[in-house]
Design a protein around this ligand. Structure first.
Ligand code: IMP
Ligand code: MG
Length: 172
C-alpha cells in the first residue's frame, strides 16, 4: 500500500447513514435506556455522531481490544485491554464498531458480553466488508457495505494515521 487516501464515501453520505441508523435504534430502544459500547479506537467519531442523532436517554461506554496478528490481518487471538466499568447485567447492550472485517473481533466481544447476562446484545457497525468474513456475523444496524479495500478516515486508521479525515477513504 502506498498510503494515498482516495474518497470512497463522502461526509454528507456518512451523515445520512448515521441519521438512518440512529432512527432505527431510536425506534427499537425507546424507553429502554440502552448501553452503547464503542470499540476503541476506530469507533470514536461514529459513536459521537451517532448518540447525538439518537438523541434519547442512553448510556455509553468504550472497550479496547487487541488482536495479535501481523500487519493488517486479524489473528483471531483477541484480548480485552480496557475493561468498561459499567454493569452489563440486565442491560440492553449495543456494540458500536467501525468496521467488520473477518468478524473475529466482534464475535469474541459478543461472546464476552453475553457471559455477563445482558438483557440483549445487538451489533451496530459503520461499515462491513462481507468479502472478508471468516465466520457468520449478524449486523443489526449497518451504515455501509464496503468493498475489499483498506479503509481509513472518520475515526478509522492505518497504523494510527488518517483518523482525522472527514470522509471514508480507501488506500492502495
Ligand atoms: P476483524 O476481527 O477482522 O473483523 O477486525 C476488525 C478490526 O480490524 C476493525 O475493528 C479494525 O480495527 C481493523 N480493520 C479491519 N479492516 C480494516 C480496514 O480496512 N481499515 C482499518 N482497520 C481495519
Ligand atoms: Mg475496530
Amino acid at each position: 500500500m502506498s498510503g494515498t487516501p482516495h474518497v470512497l464515501i463522502k461526509r454528507q453520505d456518512i451523515q445520512a447513514a448515521v441519521d438512518r441508523v440512529a432512527g432505527e435504534i431510536r425506534r427499537d430502544y425507546e424507553g429502554k435506556n440502552p448501553l452503547l459500547i464503542g470499540v476503541l479506537k476506530g469507533s470514536f467519531i461514529f459513536m459521537a455522531d451517532l448518540v447525538r442523532r439518537i438523541a434519547m436517554p442512553l448510556e455509553i461506554s468504550f472497550v479496547r481490544l487487541s488482536s495479535y496478528g501481523s500487519g493488517t490481518e486479524s489473528s483471531g487471538k483477541i484480548k480485552v485491554l480496557t475493561r468498561f466499568s459499567e454493569a452489563v447485567k440486565d442491560r440492553h447492550v449495543i456494540i458500536v464498531e467501525d468496521i467488520i472485517d473477518t468478524g473475529l473481533t466482534t464475535s469474541y466481544l459478543v461472546d464476552y458480553l453475553s457471559k455477563k447476562r445482558p438483557a440483549s446484545v445487538r451489533l451496530c457497525s459503520l461499515t462491513d466488508k462481507p468479502a472478508r468474513h471468516k465466520i457468520p456475523i449478524k449486523i443489526d444496524y449497518l451504515g455501509f457495505t464496503v468493498p475489499d479495500k483498506f479503509i481509513v478516515g472518520y475515526g478509522i486508521d492505518w497504523d494510527e494515521k488518517y483518523r482525522y479525515l472527514p470522509d471514508i477513504c480507501y488506500i492502495e
